[in-house]
Design a protein around this ligand. Sequence first.
Ligand code: THU
Length: 130
Amino acid sequence: MTLFNAARAVRENAHAPYSHFKVGAAIRTTSGAIFVGCNVENVAYPEGTCAEAGAIAAMVAAGESDIAEVLVIADSVEPVTPCGGCRQKLAEFAAPSVEVALAGLAGETRRMTMADLLPGAFAQSHMSKS
Ligand code: THU
């Protein structure tokens, strides 16, 4: 299973009755396992969750925490990049060099690194006191 096929398949299960914008995400960990997630919207709009958050939750629930690669897929003209909150969530488990592939329904269109997506990321090192 490729990351693209995994993300494309899970995207179909997205619950997006409000935005009508389905997103799929697939994470490959350093063990080689793939974890997927889709966006799950809620009638109380802020309670909705992004595809990336779902994939991260599945990964952590399976006892894994070391992200090797990410792919996000949506049906859009411009490739969809993870939202700000998801960039921070991914950065918890993905090194700055980890690549995030952005895909449309026909295939991958762009690759960025975590460092591209979240320069100057807040990290645990920032909490060491002076
Ligand atoms: N969405 C994601 O799931 N991931 C992203 O990277 C961008 C946005 C979802 C949230 C919401 O359900 C819909 O897309 C429209 O914002």
